[in-house]
Ligand binder design. Structure first.
Ligand code: IDD
Length: 606
């Protein structure tokens, strides 16, 4: 009859034990490898029984692939895996960090910094729920989200992936885990993985630990602080995720006081697994173990030994998996990696797979295909955009608010590089790894939303790069007001590390050119605060931090034109100058930002 591990009526731990007892060392080692889709072959999945496959940022089956094509690819790989000797299914991972951002046509939500501005737990949970549906529609069962980094320095290229600069804000937004995975039942043992069903996805609390606290915000840098501070600032969102049954944790590229996280037995085994009681699987970051040696990837056998012995369970190799397996097996045979460590890692991997239900339902659910980018999901994203906007200035005098704007103005100017650019408003991790300019996916630009919001009799003039001649029109037929949209181009990781946080593309000059002549509201589309000169601040009538709102630009005009009030409050301090960084409210009276964390104006209710 069927072996015990294939019997879904058996307890998870019994199935884990039974299956583990049947596995060869080679099969155990293969389960600990995660490979990129481009090298996932029948030989790798059937003969070797590799445990997991991922799509890196921007790695679809083909450019512009539909959810159906994604599901076909994942299901085909799953068939290869099920044809292996023990038929252990793979779990397929991808970074769905603000919607299913690798999938063309998916709903793209505001990036985490904007969600942090909402301070809305239930919204975060709902976004997780909807994201899980669009991820599952493509056949994928695992997302590398949420990022729990507490961004202590906005010069870091991943500030936009953080919910805020204080742990309390990040802890609040961890409710996204219950959306992604489903909510565990009362009495669920903290630290044990949980997954509600086939419309939920495995979540990943990342990057453990201290990723947002590196010196000067240098990506993959060194977080220098006491253990007490590491625990209080950077570690505190993790128990909130363990209480929700988060299934996986990703190790951080960064180091703590000079020790790389990927080789820290103290932090991964003593603290994460033993002290905090995490029972799911710890996955490395992309070539995270290769970074343990200089030059990158040298002494690979040492890198494997150091990371596995530190407590990392699955290695995001992602390409040289034969080398990884050869080294790992040799390390076990030589005794440098004890078989007990291998068994702990494989037990955790199998536990997550059994809990996820993937043994019972290894294939995609095609009935979900039409939820991708559906109206209901886009409406939720639009609500999220409304709630994420932070109103920083409204009128030059207290009793003369500038917003809401009139919908029936005769003639308005919409200017700036970011007024009509879906790619810019989505930011990094959208369609490609570090994003791009232009109409990269289905969505509504801020300009398109403005055209929809105003009456037919309103003339809308669009000038991405206005010049003095743009203003000549002011004499003949004056503009009632100008909406100037400027900000950052998309970036990811080290590509976003900057020490100069001025508005790119001469955004500052664009703003002061227009605001000097036409009553102007400035919209800043960025992953973090940017430098605003005092003189410019005086010139503009109103100022809104838009963050990286995603595809639903309508959420911006809903507030600008008064259909909704502003709600957001700053999740990060808006500095005056980068010379102040790092700067946090905890430093007391030395804290002198342009706008403090928690700041945000309303239009209506005072
Ligand atoms: O996409 C998988 C993971 C993601 O989950 C992590 O948050 C992120 O640190 C990351 N960087 C790379 C990556 C870095 C450099 C080159 C190619 C890929 C890959 N990944």
């Amino acid at each position: 009859e069927a072996p015990l591990y294939k019997d879904p009526t058996q307890p998870v731990e019994a199935r884990v034990k039974d299956l583990l007892s049947r596995m060869t060392l080679q099969e155990k080692a293969a389960q600990m490898a995660q490979i990129e889709r481009r090298v996932a072959t029948p030989a790798a999945l059937t003969n070797l029984a590799i445990g997991s496959v991922l799509s890196a940022g921007g790695s679809p089956p083909r450019d512009g692939a539909t959810a159906e094509e994604w599901a076909d690819m994942v299901d085909e790989m799953q068939r290869w895996a099920l044809a292996s000797r023990l038929g252990i299914p793979i779990i397929y991972g991808s970074d769905a960090i603000h919607g299913h951002n690798n999938l063309f046509g998916a709903t793209i939500f505001p990036h985490n910094v904007g969600l942090g501005a909402t301070r809305d737990r239930e919204l975060a949970r709902r976004i997780g729920e909807v994201t899980a549906l669009e991820v599952r529609a493509s056949g994928i069962q695992w997302t590398f989200a949420p990022c729990l980094a507490v961004c202590r320095d906005p010069r870091w290229g991943r500030c936009f992936e953080c919910y805020g600069e204080e742990p309390e804000i990040v802890q609040m937004m961890t409710s996204i885990v219950s959306g992604l995975q489903g909510s565990p039942p009362e009495g669920h043992h903290s630290g044990h993985p949980f997954l509600a069903g086939p419309r939920n996805v495995i979540a990943c609390a990342k990057h453990f630990v201290g990723d947002g606290g590196t010196h000067k915000g240098i990506n993959e840098g060194n977080t220098i602080c006491s253990y007490e501070e590491l625990e209080r600032i950077h570690m505190s969102p993790y128990p909130d995720c363990f209480n929700q049954g988060v299934c996986t944790v990703m190790a951080s590229y960064s180091s703590w006081n000079g020790e790389p996280l990927h080789s820290s037995h103290f932090l991964i085994t003593d603290v994460l697994k033993d002290k905090l009681g995490f029972k799911g699987l710890v996955v490395s970051d992309w070539e995270g173990i290769d970074r343990l040696c200089k030059p990158h990837g040298s002494n690979y056998r040492y890198c494997v030994a150091a990371s596995i012995n530190a407590g990392v369970d699955m290695i995001m190799v992602p390409f040289r998996y034969e080398k990884f397996l050869e080294d790992l097996i040799s390390l076990v045979e030589s005794g440098e990696v004890p078989i007990s460590r291998i068994d702990d890692a494989v037990e955790r991997i199998l536990r997550v797979k059994f809990v996820s239900g993937i043994f019972e339902q290894p294939f995609s659910d095609r009935s979900l295909l039409d939820v991708v980018g559906c109206k209901e999901h886009r409406l939720l994203a639009r609500v999220a955009v409304r709630k994420s906007l932070v109103l920083l200035k409204n009128g030059k005098e207290a009793r003369q608010p500038f917003l809401p704007l009139k919908k029936n103005a005769k003639k308005i100017l919409v200017a700036g590089t970011h007024a009509d650019n879906i790619g810019y408003q989505c930011g990094g991790w959208t369609i490609t790894w570090y994003g791009a300019s232009g109409r990269i996916t289905a969505g509504t630009s801020i300009l398109e939303a403005i055209r929809e919001a105003v009456g037919e009799e309103t003339e809308v003039v669009h000038e991405p790069n206005p010049t003095a001649s743009t203003l000549l029109q002011q004499q003949k037929e004056p503009f009632s007001y100008a909406i100037v949209v400027v900000g950052e181009a998309p970036y990811a990781e080290m590509l976003g590390d900057r020490t100069d946080l001025s508005i790119p593309f001469n955004g500052h000059d664009t703003l002061s050119l227009i605001a000097g002549t036409i009553p102007t509201v400035a919209l800043i589309v960025s992953g973090r605060p940017l430098v605003l000169e005092a003189q410019l601040l005086n010139q503009i009538e109103a100022l809104v931090a838009v963050w990286l709102p995603g595809t639903e630009g309508g959420g911006v005009t809903d507030c600008l034109f008064g259909d909704c009030d502003f709600h957001g409050v700053l999740p990060v301090s808006w500095f005056r100058s980068v010379d102040q960084l790092p700067m946090h409210s905890s430093i007391g009276d030395g804290y002198n930002p342009l706008f403090p964390i928690g700041f945000g104006l309303r239009m209506f209710d005072k």
